[in-house]
Write a protein that binds this ligand. Structure first.
Ligand SMILES: C[S@@+](CC[C@H](N)C(=O)[O-])C[C@H]1O[C@@H](n2cnc3c(N)ncnc32)[C@H](O)[C@@H]1O
Length: 309
């Protein structure tokens, strides 16, 4: 099961008003959704997830709150259009907890698992046309090396791309993980740059494939571009990222909003999980939370905070 990351901090930074309207842009198993719903009286929550299976689990988990919640199977890039259709000019808070849930990773048939054989799929939304299979078996060696280097931040990307192309057709996730492990010299575990902990040698390549299949950075960028206009004045945005490229994008947007006086940055230092949380939920170790607040038109951020990490 998926354990929500930085749940207490999400609720604190959203500063939930019991009568407010909130958006959980990434419902997943509904952990953060539930934490928000528990604090609403007359308030309402709109929960997005682009993955229909995730949304079904959230629906099950949140049955008790069905009169307060609206579940939507959509990419969070569509949030502005959706709010407009509902006639909402701005909500009181939005949370986006990026990436995948543990349930998605653990289901072999989704194709995210390094350990249990499954099809090379990796789509969060099965309506999307591109799968990992297409990239692994059809893209050029150069394109493969490039995406593994850029999105996986993997130095040995060219060696991996060459081995993948030679092994074609690659049929499942374990075959791919095993061939990457072999081409990098056996069972040696790489160290994660974010955390220093040992990871499977194919982890970075899988991450790069998944981010490409789901156009994750593009979606995040589009979401961030529109986020301020989806918030009422005083409304808050909380973003949790797990990847340095995502966090860099979030930080850049927060800095420019702060400079332009559109949003006040609330987290000068990025918020990380406590040692206790990392101990009880190792998946949380690379999480980084940032929060910002929508300013009134013409209002200035009282202290111009530059983010320092
Ligand atoms: C880390 S999980 C969220 C877990 C959730 N906060 C919880 O406590 O259970 C991320 C979820 O976001 C969804 N997701 C990722 N990118 C998305 C996007 N662009 N639009 C909508 N949902 C997205 C994934 O399908 C996944 O279910």
């Amino acid at each position: 099961m998926h354990i929500p990351v930085l749940s207490r901090e999400v609720v604190e930074w959203l500063a939930i008003r019991p009568e407010g309207i909130y958006v959980d842009a990434t419902a997943g198993a509904g952990g953060h959704t539930r934490a928000i719903l528990e604090r609403l009286t007359t308030g309402r929550l709109i929960a997005f997830d682009r993955d229909p299976w995730a949304l079904e689990i959230a629906r099950e988990q949140l049955r008790a709150y069905q009169d307060k919640i609206m579940l939507v199977q959509e990419n969070f890039t569509n949030l502005p259009v959706f709010l407009r259709q509902l006639g909402l000019t701005g909500v009181d808070g939005i949370v986006a907890d990026l990436g995948l849930s543990q349930m998605q990773i653990d289901a072999p048939e989704r194709g995210f698992s390094l350990k249990a054989a499954g099809p090379l799929d990796m789509r969060m939304d099965p309506r999307e046309p591109l799968t990992a299979e297409e990239i692994v078996n059809r893209w050029s060696e150069r394109e493969l090396a490039q995406l593994i280097y850029q999105l996986g931040e993997e130095r040995r990307s060219q060696r991996i791309a060459r081995a993948v192309v030679r092994a074609r057709p690659v049929r499942n996730t374990v075959q791919l993980a095993t061939l990457i492990e072999a081409c990098l010299g056996g069972r040696r575990r790489a160290a994660s740059r974010a955390t220093g902990t040992r990871i499977h040698p194919a982890t970075r390549t899988f991450q790069a494939l998944r981010m490409t299949v789901n156009r994750e950075l593009e979606s995040l960028e589009q979401f961030l571009r529109n986020a301020p206009s989806c918030l009422a004045s005083g409304g808050r945005l909380v973003v949790i990222s797990f990847h340095s490229l995502e966090d860099r994008l979030v930080k850049q947007y927060f800095q420019s909003w702060n400079r332009e006086g559109r949003m006040r940055n609330l987290t000068r230092h990025v918020v990380r999980p406590s040692a206790e949380e990392v101990h009880s939920n190792p998946r949380s170790r690379s999480a980084r939370l940032r929060a910002a607040e929508r300013l009134e038109e013409g209002e200035q951020s009282p202290v111009s905070l530059e983010l320092i990490n």
